[in-house]
Write a protein that binds this ligand. Sequence first.
Ligand SMILES: Nc1ncnc2c1ncn2[C@@H]1O[C@H](COP(=O)(O)OP(=O)(O)O)[C@@H](O)[C@H]1O
Ligand SMILES: [Mg+2]
Length: 435
Amino acid sequence: MAEQAVEVAEQTWVDVLEAVDKTYAEMVGYQEQLEARNVELMQLRAFLSSIMASISDFLVVTGRDCRITDASASFCAAVGADIDSLIGRDIGAFIVDAHRAHLLATIEQTFSFKRGATVEADLATVDGADPVEFKIAPRLDRRRRVSGVVLTGRTLGEVRRAFSRLEQSHEELKQAQGQLVRNEKLASLGRLLAGVAHELNNPISFVYANTHALEKYLDRFETYFERVEGGAPRQELVELRQELKLERNLRNLRTAIEGARDGSERVRSIVEDLRRLSADGTGETIGFDLTETAGIAANWVRRGTKPDLKVTFTGEAACAAHGRPGHIQQVVMNLVQNAVDALAGQAGGSIVLDLSYEGAFAVLRVCDNGPGIPDHLKTTIFDPFFTTKQVGEGTGLGLSISYKIAEEHGGSLTLVPSQQGGACFRLALPKGERA
Ligand SMILES: Nc1ncnc2c1ncn2[C@@H]1O[C@H](COP(=O)(O)OP(=O)(O)O)[C@@H](O)[C@H]1O
Ligand SMILES: [Mg+2]
């Protein structure tokens, strides 16, 4: 009996000890798991705080009671409080009075509908009220119950400042562009003036040479008439006439006067051209002869270029168009100048200006037999500032300005296939009343 009782007691001890062992092993296991969890949690916390510290947008997390549980450093800085003093405070406390109710109501809606919303409200920052666009998202727990909200936002002030900076640089860019357009105009004016100076020089030196000759003849006639008045005998006068070559001088006199008149005529017509060129630069649109305008423009560009360059006019001898001839002259000068530039250094260069009517349009084609324009540049050449010329030789604005002028006229400027092998531009303008 007694032996049996001892056996039972021993067995109980063994059981108890086993149970203690097992429990201890389990506890060690739990401890290890707990430590691992703890490390994970710490990492997660560090990760979250690094986000909170570095995010430039505002990020505020609240509980169901709208009290702050966490906030980004950017938000803390904006409202001028550290994170510890913010935690537990109502988000509404940081919104200006006028907007508070609206923000809180929107948060309430987020709770009820479990759906995000956006609301603009002034944040009471250290620098005063600053408008912020808040995005409010519901925060759901594991059982998909709303446990609070996450607010993100950025001060609109910053966005507005960025916008105004953008607007300012846009303005500066526009001014710079305007300046370049003016430069292009000055450059074409420069080219024109060089042409004018060159062109005026010829007739003026012609007139000058002729007046010089006239002076010489005058001297001789004066000498002769002095002798006549001095009562010189007839024989002496006959000899003097021969000596002074008066008969021939008389004929030359006429030629010299005609020459001087031709020269001044030429000067007059140059001035007339220039007057037409500068007139109606901005004024009203009028009916004008496109052939004549193109002729004047082409002539101006041609001056100062090599004489072996052939410029031919074909088609309508008079082509009625409607617009501002001053502007159109500028367009044609651009087109012809480009053709001249393209033909530089090429023998047998030829430019054809063809005039025709096409439907409601008066059309001018300016074609050359130069190298033409490669396919991949066919649209690019109309871009402002696109040029293949050296700095100082081209601004790249000629075609873009011309394009704009054509459009302003209700017409068009396009690059069209060429029969001569080179480039061919087509300028279409509203047809004018035919004369
Ligand atoms: N007739 C042409 N033949 C060949 N290339 C041309 C012709 N006309 C224009 N181009 C090309 O188009 C570019 C742009 O012309 P444009 O806008 O007038 O500016 P720019 O003459 O100042 O370069 C030129 O640099 C040239 O490469
Ligand atoms: Mg040009």
